[in-house]
Design a protein around this ligand. Structure first.
Ligand code: ADP
Length: 504
């Protein structure tokens, strides 16, 4: 028993049709069929159903096999078309085959029909499958080409005759609309190795090395003059592709234009070095200015103090007041100059060493003992680590933060806690007080030099302390910030990297 088959029969002779059907049924097909006599009924049958094959008489009163064949081919070029005729001569048969009929069978030799039909149906199925896979392949290729075309890096496929098989848009932008990339073509490109500045020998291009020697080269940085005359920096890579018998059939070349990245990087480097230079100059200036101002200022301060000692109470009341202002002004200026000098001395290249933060804190508390006793401050600490830093800087840092915590106390005696914990590869220090607090809107501003939230009468100070702290912390790659609310105390945080402590 064969499978099911749907046959469209074009036949006007009932006896012949009968005979044909008998043959088909006898062959063991589970048969469904329709018999048509003319063009119109044939078209209707084709539209109305799916057919595995068409068997057509050669000549009918108002129709013929060649006309039927044309209709069938228009409808589906794959459908097997077999001419069956009693009268067909050799020439006519050849004509039918030339027109595209798949076979012809004489009515006197119907025994040939079944094997011919089997073969043609089988081949039609193969043709149909091949066509489907061709369509699929074409779709995939179109998709692949559009994806490759969209890529921001140049992608090309060059065969071993140096012909460019695939070149996406980015590739053409670099290499131009060339059809070939061989030694001659490549020698037209001016190219230099980006690291040495040496000219590239034509044979050294990644593509040629891949095609000739099967070498894979990755990200060779080159400066080239592109086909449009622009000079660009390109990262070139090439990989050989092997065909049959392990012979190099082609090479994939990938060219990434990094001109913009390199330009941006150069700009960034320049900005950074400009910034470093101007920062350095500014530091130098602040240092020289504050250092050189110290001497004349010392004279002003000491002579106004002498004036005060010698003439206080001997001139009139206004003179005493004026001298008092001058003495106070000179002292304040000395404080500012001293703080500025400290500020300008903070640099990244300090001597690092093992610094025990407990010892630093004790030394700060000792230095501040008068202030602590006068204010009744209670200072506790826990978990302070040993870090790798400059002890002078860390002392300045803690001293400023603790002085502020005492200075900006509220109605209660100052209570200050100094603690530290690790978070990732950082130490997080916090100095918590119960003072007047800070409005969060000023939490960044207070770290800027000379920014103060109070006037001198309320709280003395120069407005340099926190800027100095920030500079110190940032010189170790750390951060400093405050969390506070007015009337609720403040907690100042700063981070230092956790790293192996080196003995100095
Ligand atoms: P100075 O203490 O000389 O005024 P700083 O730079 O040390 O300068 O501090 C800037 C400002 O930040 C201070 O004037 C003060 O308004 C605020 N501030 C700093 N520390 C505290 C604190 N612990 N509590 C409340 N306000 C603070």
């Amino acid at each position: 028993m064969k499978g099911s088959i749907r046959i469209l029969i074009i036949e006007d002779n009932d006896d012949d049709a009968e005979l044909l059907l008998l043959k088909l049924k006898k062959a063991g097909y589970s048969l469904s069929y329709e018999i048509v006599l003319d063009e119109e009924s044939m078209k209707a049958a084709l539209e109305g159903g799916q057919w595995d094959a068409i068997i057509s008489d050669y000549r009918l009163p108002s129709f013929n096999a060649l006309a039927a064949l044309e209709i069938a081919q228009k409808h589906d070029p794959d459908i097997p078309f077999i001419v069956v005729s009693g009268t067909i001569g050799e020439e006519t048969a050849v004509e039918a085959m030339k027109a595209g009929a798949h076979d012809y069978v004489m009515k006197s030799n119907l025994a040939r029909l079944i094997p011919a039909l089997d073969r043609e149906v089988r081949e039609a199925e193969i043709r149909r499958r091949r066509r489907e896979s061709e369509v699929l392949l074409h779709q995939q290729e179109t998709l692949m080409r559009s994806v490759v075309d969209m890529l921001p890096v140049g992608v090309g496929l060059v065969n071993n005759n140096h012909e460019i098989i695939i070149a996406n848009r980015a590739f053409k932008k670099i290499w131009g609309n060339v059809n070939r990339l061989d030694e001659k073509e490549l020698s037209n490109f001016k190219g230099w190795w980006a690291d040495t500045g040496e000219q590239i020998n034509p044979g050294d291009w990644s593509l040629l090395r891949a095609l000739k020697n099967g070498e894979t080269t990755m990200d060779k940085m080159t400066d080239i003059v592109c086909h449009d005359g622009t000079r660009r920096t390109i990262l070139n890579s090439a990989i050989p592709v092997y065909g049959e018998n392990h012979v190099i059939s082609s090479a994939v070349i990938v060219s990434q234009d990094i001109t913009k990245i390199m330009q941006d990087e150069a700009k960034l480097k320049k900005t950074l070095s400009d910034l470093e230079r101007s920062n350095h100059e500014l530091e130098q200036f602040a240092y020289v200015a504050s250092h050189d101002l110290q001497e004349p200022l010392r004279m002003v301060a000491s002579f106004t103090q002498l004036l005060e000692i010698k003439y206080k109470g001997k001139l009139d009341k206004q003179a005493d007041e004026y001298i008092g202002f001058a003495v106070e002004g000179a002292k304040r200026m000395q404080r500012i100059i001293r703080d500025l000098l400290d500020f300008s001395r903070i640099t990244n290249n300090q001597q690092y060493g093992r610094v025990d933060m407990n010892e630093i804190l004790n030394s700060v508390l000792l230095d501040l003992s008068v202030l602590i006793n006068e204010s009744g401050a209670v200072i506790t600490s826990s978990g302070l680590p040993v870090v790798n830093a400059s002890d002078t800087q860390l002392k300045q840092l803690l001293q400023n933060l603790i002085t502020n915590a005492i200075k900006f106390h509220g109605e209660n005696f100052p209570e200050i806690k100094v603690e530290a914990y690790t978070l990732g590869n950082e130490w997080v220090f916090n100095i918590k007080d119960n003072g007047i607090g800070i409005d969060p809107q000023f939490s960044e501003k207070i770290f800027t030099i000379f920014q103060r939230l109070h006037n001198r009468e309320e709280y003395p100070g120069t407005g340099i302390g926190l800027a100095l702290c920030k500079k110190i912390v940032e010189s170790y790659g750390g951060r400093i910030w405050v969390e506070s609310k007015p009337g609720m105390g403040s907690t100042f945080y700063f981070t230092l990297p956790v790293q192996p402590v080196t003995e100095s």
